[in-house]
Design a protein around this ligand. Sequence first.
Ligand SMILES: [Zn+2]
Length: 359
Amino acid sequence: LQESPERITRIHNALLEDGTHEVEDAGEAVGKSKEVFESIIKASHDPGYLEHLEQAHNQWLKAGLITEDECILPECFRTPMGPHTSASKLNEPPKDIYARTGYYAFDMSTGISKGSWKSIRASAWLAYKAAHHVVMEDRREGKVVDTIFALCRPPGHHCDTNIAGGYCYINNAVIAVETIKHYAARRQANLYPKSTVSPGFPPNISILDIDFHHGNGTQDKYYANPRVQYVSIHGEDEFPYWSGFATETGTGAGAGKNVNRPLAKDSSFKEYVEQLNLAVEVVADFQPTYLVVSLGFDTFREDPLGSFDIKTEDYETIGRIIRSNDALKGIPAVILLEGGYVLESLGENVLSFLRGWTK
Ligand SMILES: [Zn+2]
């Protein structure tokens, strides 16, 4: 599988060796934070789906269908079938244990193994911690902390909060946005008076998604939301295939707040930069209070899942283009790791991006 734990080890080691950035362990979810974190996951994701992610492996094991080290994969999916299928039946989880696995997945990349739930939850916890940090702990020892980069694994942007796919189970960008909203409200109510900065309220939150693939799940979640903007640059006609078109612009109160910029296969870095400049302008025009970046390194030229011609040194330019924009300079930002599968280059690519971001 491309999406391996080694990805995080490589990035973590590169950050430690480089020594430029503070590297911190997010620790375990305990106490009040754990309560808030869990309430945010539950409020933003389907309860039956969460239960499935947490319990499916054990259910299969108990039913004697797998051994402990085996992984569950779906074999049939939620698809309307002929005149006898009513819409309401399609929207109910099937009782059959095999069928349920397909009901809660849209492809076969999101198997569930013994340790899956632990990793899924830990990944979401990182998104929560990062968002909490930029809203509530933005000053530490007199120093402004304006960016937290969360090394999330598994990634999140393909999950629309009730179905898994594309290596994604819980949508970490959704967790970050909902955490920002939660704590921004607390801060506004002055429950945490240590604030010295007064960001706007209610906050405008921009999600800039620069993974190679379209973040269909994130788009779906905020499609009608006027306060959460979603802007994505991604490979045209690539996974997940049925979303990411420029004609998807948002609906209702969210009309115009969803911006897709698909880019042709084999696009050069020059072509990429043209799109990035336009995307960053769109984000700046929204005047976000907070910025969430879904950052994927599968845009790298050697990535097995991508097809853009982006080199290691180009990530510095990408980081700089985003962060040096006048409207985006210094605003609190959460960067979430999404894809990126060339183990040998992941660490250097991350360092390059952060060099541009912090310059
Ligand atoms: Zn991707």
